[in-house]
Structures are given as structure tokens and as C-alpha cells.
Write a protein of this length. Structure first.
Length: 191
């Protein structure tokens, strides 16, 4: 397996943990009187700061190289890139609205919770589509030179601020909650 695919799959397992957290925490928010909004802000902050600017960017380059080689259907390639664009837009909008809620501005909690769960489901679906279509096509068709193009400037990849080494101080509580939840879920079935 290519090292790029192996890294992306590792990141998918990590992102699946974020998906579970978003679903679980948004349910708690609807049911409980004490909102855990700071944790949701941290999760969206991480998602907009790392996967949106690193993970999805590498996958988009993979799509472009495969389309140029006619090794991926145009429909699938456009769908994946469109899913990334939607995730990036919705992640930023959600983060902005959650931060407004932290400041006490009037927000519909129920509406925000529904949008969080929709965002989580879109992220989960995007990963499944990539694992079923993009990754097998890349494994089959990309040359060494293609892989270097896919890695691009990211070959000196920036560290993941949540999962690589010690988490950034900002994400310490998020990491603690994710790690606690992970002990109760099988890592073999991340989606
Ligand atoms: Fe992905």
C-alpha cells in the first residue's frame, strides 16, 4: 500500500472518532440542560484547521491526477471534490455560529444540533466514498511520479495538532474525551 494512502486511512480512523464525538455531543446538548458547547467548538476548530487544509487537499490532488489519466470517472471525481467544498463551507459556518452561541448571541440550539449531525454524516459519507472509489483507483493507477505530485508541498506535512505527538494545549480536553470514548468502540469498524 502507498504511504500516502496509509496516512489518509489512518486519518480516516481518527476523523471517524470526531464523527462519533459530534453525534454524541450534539445529542447530549439536545437532552441536557448544561451545554457542552466548548467541546463542539474545539472539534469544529480542529476540523477546519487540519483536515480542511491538509487531508482533503491531498485527496483533491489525487482526484485531479486520476482524472488527467482517465483512471477515475468524472462523476465520482466531481462528487468527491464537491463533498470537500461543502464540508469546508459548512464547517466554517458551524464554527462561526457555535462561537456566536458561546458569546450568548441568540441561536436556535436545536437547529445548530441538526446541522452538526448533518455535517458529521456528510464527513462519514465522504470517507466511505473515498475508501470505495478513490483509494482503490489511486493504488491501481498512480506511478511514483504521480504520488510525488499528490504529496506536493505537503510532503513536509504539518503535524496533526490533535493526534500527532502531544495534542496542542487548545485541544487537550477534546483529546481526552475522544480517547475515553475510543476505549468503548471497536477500532476495526470505524464507520
Ligand atoms: Fe478523506
Amino acid at each position: 500500500m502507498s504511504t500516502v494512502i496509509a496516512k489518509l486511512q489512518t486519518e480516516h480512523v481518527r476523523l471517524a472518532r470526531l464523527v462519533r464525538l459530534l453525534n454524541h455531543q450534539s445529542c447530549l446538548r439536545t437532552d441536557a440542560s448544561a451545554p457542552n458547547i466548548a467541546l463542539l467548538v474545539d472539534a469544529l476548530c480542529y476540523l477546519t484547521r487540519f483536515p480542511d487544509v491538509s487531508h482533503h487537499v491531498i485527496e483533491d490532488r489525487m482526484v485531479d491526477v486520476l482524472l488527467a489519466k482517465k483512471a477515475l470517472s468524472v462523476e465520482v471525481g466531481q462528487e468527491i471534490e464537491s463533498q470537500h467544498a461543502t464540508l469546508i463551507r459548512d464547517g466554517r459556518d458551524l464554527l462561526r455560529d457555535l462561537e456566536s452561541a458561546v458569546r450568548g448571541e441568540n441561536m436556535s440550539q436545536e437547529l445548530v444540533d441538526i446541522r452538526i449531525r448533518l455535517y458529521a454524516e456528510r464527513l462519514r459519507h465522504n470517507m466511505v466514498v473515498e475508501e470505495l472509489t478513490l483509494f482503490p483507483a489511486a493504488e491501481k493507477s498512480l506511478s511514483e511520479e504521480d504520488w510525488r505530485t499528490v504529496e506536493g508541498a505537503n510532503s513536509q506535512a504539518r503535524p496533526d495538532p490533535l493526534f500527532d505527538n502531544e495534542p496542542d494545549l487548545q485541544f487537550a480536553e477534546l483529546f481526552r474525551v475522544i480517547t475515553t470514548e475510543a476505549t468503548t468502540v471497536s477500532a476495526e469498524f470505524p464507520f
